[in-house]
Unconditional design. Structure first.
Length: 391
């Protein structure tokens, strides 16, 4: 870790992150490599009932996640027959049945219902043995993650998130679906994600929202955690053991929020504990890149679930009323950030890796390191869905 005032400059920073902002080939390469990284896909509260499903993406690949009783499974969103997308909306309920020729799949992704199969293919569906590409799925609290695991890559979600797993599990201990909003931004996904790790811009970009002194940056401690230290956290105050204590208290079920905190989970997900008068709010934020220069910033927000059994009805009613007005806050603060992101994107092709990062931007540099490691992975292959008939 650098000293408190030592800048991170050009030659210390990994080079590849900047290329994907303005070069479509670099963006495609990036998205291909990110398919192997555990990625937030949605919440279990999005799919409470049997056969509920949501569409999502991992890197540049469309996937869907479906509930089968107590099990949650994920598949690449393409039919084994002629590779039509099985899910063409963002969410729904129903068996896996392709709209193109009505092939139907079971919960293992096997094609079990194929119209006129013996007549047209000469074998039974079982003998044909066609199946979907299944993705690896795991949950942390109510958050669903998925990835395309390479052969031999056995890193579990818990290993990947490290100590952050216990914190995320505790702060997303929900029993009903939270409110959700989406903000489209005309910039590469890295820009809104990086700005959320930048505690230096508050005075210049948010003078009305955070005050002209940028109060969030006085007495700050940053932490890194998880596999390869890919993830990072912002804690106000200067207690070196604050992160470890929060992890232990979340594991013990004794944690009670008392400070503003931010947790980032590489590649594009974060969780914020925000103090509002009388209680704490949680915001889960994901910057989903939909194209090289387009991002959907997804925000899920809800009153902190800690001590929820001890909340009175009037407290819950008050928290609900505050929740109703939260989008005004998001619209204002994210709008201020996103204007900067879009102006930055306008010269994307000129941005290179040279940056001078000060103390309050360390986490941006840590993100770039994690990004560089992810880009060093082998190419994620496209799985062949068709397998030779078993006869
Ligand atoms: S492409 Fe899906 S059934 Fe033909
Ligand atoms: Fe900001």
């Amino acid at each position: 870790m650098p000293s408190d005032t030592q800048p991170l400059i050009a030659s210390d920073l990994p080079p590849s992150w900047a290329r994907a902002l303005g070069d479509p080939a670099a963006f495609a390469r990036e998205q291909n490599r990110l398919a192997q990284v555990w990625t937030m896909l949605g919440l279990t509260t999005d799919i409470p009932k049997d056969n509920d499903w949501i569409r999502a993406s991992i890197g540049d690949r469309s996937v869907f996640v479906q509930r089968f009783g107590d099990a949650i499974r994920g598949f690449e969103n393409r039919c084994a027959h002629r590779q039509f997308p099985l899910r063409t909306r963002d969410r729904g309920n129903g068996v896996i049945r392709c709209a193109f020729h009505h092939w139907q799949y079971d919960r293992q992704g096997r094609a079990i219902g194929i119209p006129r199969c013996p007549e047209l293919f000469g074998v039974t569906p079982r003998e044909l043995g066609a199946s979907l590409c299944q993705i690896e799925i795991a949950t942390c609290g109510t958050v669903i993650f998925g990835r395309f695991a390479m052969p031999g890559d056995t890193m579990t979600l818990e290993d990947y998130l490290g100590d952050g797993f216990h914190i995320l599990a505790a702060i997303t201990n929900l029993d009903k679906a939270p409110r959700h909003l989406v903000r489209p931004v005309k910039s590469n996904w890295q820009l809104p994600y990086q700005i959320s790790m930048d505690d230096y811009h508050l005075v210049a970009v948010h003078p009305g929202s955070f005050g002209k002194n940028g109060y969030l940056t006085t007495g700050v401690t940053y932490f890194r955690y998880g596999a390869n230290l890919d993830h990072s956290a912002y804690f106000p105050g200067a207690e070196d053991d604050a992160f470890g204590r929060m992890v232990q208290e979340c594991r013990d079920g004794t944690y009670v929020p008392h400070r503003f905190r931010i947790f980032h989970f590489f590649p594009n997900f974060s969780a914020v504990m925000l103090k509002v008068p009388g209680f704490y709010f949680v915001m889960l934020i994901q910057c989903r890149g939909t194209a090289m220069d387009k991002t959907d910033v997804n925000v899920w927000y809800f009153p902190s679930p800690f001590q929820k059994d001890q909340k009175s009805r009037s407290q819950k009613a008050y928290e609900d009323a505050v929740a109703f007005f939260m989008p005004h806050y998001f619209t204002r603060v994210l709008g201020e950030d996103n204007r900067i992101n879009e102006q930055h994107q306008a010269i994307a092709r000129q941005i290179d890796s040279r940056q001078i990062l000060g103390r309050h931007e360390w986490r941006v540099g840590w993100f770039m390191e994690a990004y560089e490691r992810a880009m060093g992975r082998e190419e994620t292959p496209v799985a062949s869905l068709w397998k030779a008939p078993a006869v």
